[in-house]
Design a protein around this ligand. Structure first.
Ligand code: 4AD
Ligand code: MG
Length: 430
C-alpha cells in the first residue's frame, strides 16, 4: 500500500493504494457510495460497494461530508468515463476530520462572500486552475531569464525613498525613522546591473493607490529585469521574447486549466513577435479619432488603454511617453527631449498595461536635475547617483506585473483572483 497522489494513478492501475485528501462531492445510490476526493494534484472518484466492504467502512463513507479530510485505500481501476481515467474501488477509509457546515456550497455565492472566505475559496477548481497558471507564469519568467544568463539579485522591501512617485507610498516606522514598502526594485536593480550586467528581481511591491479598478492591487508581484549596455529597442525585444515564451509555456503545460476557465486559446496562440508599436503621439491621435480626447502630456487611463488594446491581436507597445507623465529616471529621447525612451506594453482583448519600462538617465548632471525637479530627497538618492559617477553606461529595464499578466492569460474580470490573498482598497482580510 503506497500513500500517493491522484496525479500518479496511471502508474498504479490494478494495484491497491492509499490516497489522502478532501471530499469535494459525495452521493449515495442504493448499495453504492461515490466519494470524489481532491488532493491538490487532481480529483478522483472513489466507489464503496456495500457487499464488498466491512459495514464500518461503508458507514464511514456514507457519513462523509463536503471538505471532510480522509485517507481512502482501495484498488485503482481504469475507467474511461471517470475524470482522469481512473476510479478507486474503496476497501478502507480513515477519517481525519468530519467537517460540518462547510460555508462554500455548490450554489452561487456573491463575490464579497467568496473574498471573505478566500482561505477556503482557494479549494475550488477554478481557483486551482488560476493559481496553477500563476505558478507557471512565474516559473516561465524565471526560466526564460535564467537561460538568457540573467542573474536573480533581489531588491529590499523596506526602502528609504520613492521609486514611482511619492503619492503612492506605504510608510512604516523603522526604529523611529519613516521608511516605505517598496514600489519597485528598479533602483537597486540598476546597481546590480552595474555589478552583474543583466539581472532581475522578483517579489511583492506595494502601491497605496486609491484606485478601485479591476487592474489595481495595493500589493502585487513584479518581475523586473535590468540590463547594462542596453538601449530601449533591445529592451523591447527582450519583452517580446519573454512574453511569447510565457504564453507558449502556459499553452503547452496548462491546457486543462485554460479549458477549466473556458479560455479561448486562439487569441493566445496569435501572440508572436514582433509586437506592433505606436508612439504616444500616434496613440493619442487614434484616441482622438475615437472621441477619447486627452491633453498632450497626460498619461493614459484605463479607458484609453482598453481602446488601444482591443485594436490589435497581440500585445501593443506604446512608446515615447511625454517626460511629464513618467518617473524621474526615464531617459529623454535625444532627438526630441520632451518625450522619453519609454514603453508600456498593453495586453490585447482590452486588458491594458502589463509591462512598464524604458531606458534610464545615465548622465549624472541630468539625473541630479531630475531629482531636484521632482522634489525628491537628494540624500536618499546619493547611492543611486554613485552609479552615474563610477562607470555609468546606457541601461534599460522593465517591470512585468504578474497579476495583470495572469488576468489577461486567464481572461479574468478582475486582478483580485490572480493572487492568492488580494489586498485591495477596502480589503485586507483574510
Ligand atoms: O509601470 P510601473 O509603475 O513601472 C515600474 O514600477 C518600473 N519601476 C518597473 C521597471 O522598469 N523596473 O509598474 C510596472 C507594472 C505595470 O505595468 C503593471 O503590470 C504592474 O506593474 N502594476 C500593478 N499591478 C497591479 N496593481 C497595481 N496597483 C499595479 N501597479 C503597477
Ligand atoms: Mg506603468
Amino acid at each position: 500500500m503506497y500513500p500517493l497522489y491522484v496525479s500518479d494513478l496511471a502508474r498504479f492501475d490494478g494495484q491497491i493504494v492509499t490516497l489522502r485528501g478532501w471530499v469535494t462531492h459525495k452521493r449515495s445510490k442504493g448499495k453504492l457510495v461515490f466519494v470524489v476526493l481532491r488532493d491538490g494534484t487532481g480529483i478522483v472518484q472513489a466507489v464503496a460497494f456495500q457487499p464488498d466492504v466491512p459495514e464500518r467502512v461503508f458507514a464511514a463513507c456514507e457519513a462523509l461530508t463536503l471538505e471532510s479530510s480522509v485517507s481512502l485505500t482501495g484498488r485503482v481501476r481504469a475507467d474511461p468515463r471517470a475524470p482522469g481515467g481512473f476510479e478507486l474501488a474503496v476497501q478502507d477509509v480513515a477519517v481525519a476530520q468530519l467537517t460540518h457546515d462547510y460555508p462554500i456550497t455548490p450554489k452561487e455565492h456573491g463575490i464579497d462572500f467568496l473574498l471573505d472566505h478566500r482561505h477556503l475559496w482557494l479549494r475550488s477548481s477554478r481557483q486551482h486552475a488560476l493559481l496553477r497558471i500563476r505558478a507557471t507564469v512565474i516559473r516561465a519568467c524565471q526560466e526564460f531569464l535564467d537561460r538568457e544568463g540573467f542573474i536573480r539579485v533581489d531588491a529590499p522591501i523596506l526602502t528609504p525613498a520613492a521609486c514611482e512617485g511619492t503619492s503612492t507610498l506605504f510608510p512604516t516606522d523603522y526604529f523611529g525613522q519613516t521608511v516605505y514598502l517598496t514600489q519597485s526594485g528598479q533602483l537597486y536593480n540598476e546597481a546590480a546591473a552595474m555589478a552583474f550586467g543583466r539581472v532581475y528581481c522578483l517579489g511583492p511591491t506595494f502601491r497605496a493607490e486609491r484606485s478601485k479598478t479591476r487592474r489595481h492591487l495595493m500589493e502585487f508581484w513584479m518581475l523586473e529585469p535590468e540590463m547594462a549596455w542596453c538601449e530601449q529597442d533591445e529592451n523591447m525585444r527582450v519583452q517580446e521574447r519573454l512574453i511569447t515564451y510565457v504564453v507558449e509555456t502556459v499553452l503547452r503545460e496548462r491546457r486543462p486549466d485554460l479549458e477549466r476557465l473556458e479560455r479561448d486559446v486562439s487569441t493566445l496562440e496569435a501572440v508572436q513577435p514582433p509586437f506592433p508599436r505606436l508612439t504616444y503621439d500616434e496613440a493619442l491621435a487614434l484616441l482622438r479619432a475615437n472621441d477619447l480626447d486627452l491633453p498632450w502630456g497626460e498619461d493614459f487611463g484605463a479607458p484609453h488603454e482598453t481602446l488601444l488594446a482591443t485594436r490589435y491581436d497581440r500585445p501593443l507597445f506604446v512608446t515615447h511617453f511625454p517626460v511629464q507623465c513618467k518617473a524621474f529616471y526615464m531617459a529623454p529621447d535625444p532627438v526630441r527631449p520632451e518625450v522619453t525612451l519609454s514603453a508600456d506594453l498593453l495586453a490585447p482583448e482590452g486588458y491594458g498595461e502589463i509591462v512598464g519600462g524604458g531606458q534610464r538617465v545615465h548622465d549624472l548632471a541630468l539625473l541630479e536635475a531630475r531629482i531636484a525637479e521632482h522634489s525628491l530627497p537628494r540624500e536618499a538618492f546619493e547611492w543611486y547617483l554613485d552609479l552615474r559617477r563610477y562607470g555609468s553606461v546606457p541601461h534599460a529595464g522593465f517591470g512585468l506585473g504578474i497579476e495583470r499578466t495572469v488576468a489577461w492569460l486567464c481572461r479574468l474580470d478582475h486582478v483580485r483572483e490572480a493572487i492568492p490573498f488580494p489586498r485591495t482598497l477596502y480589503r485586507i482580510y483574510p
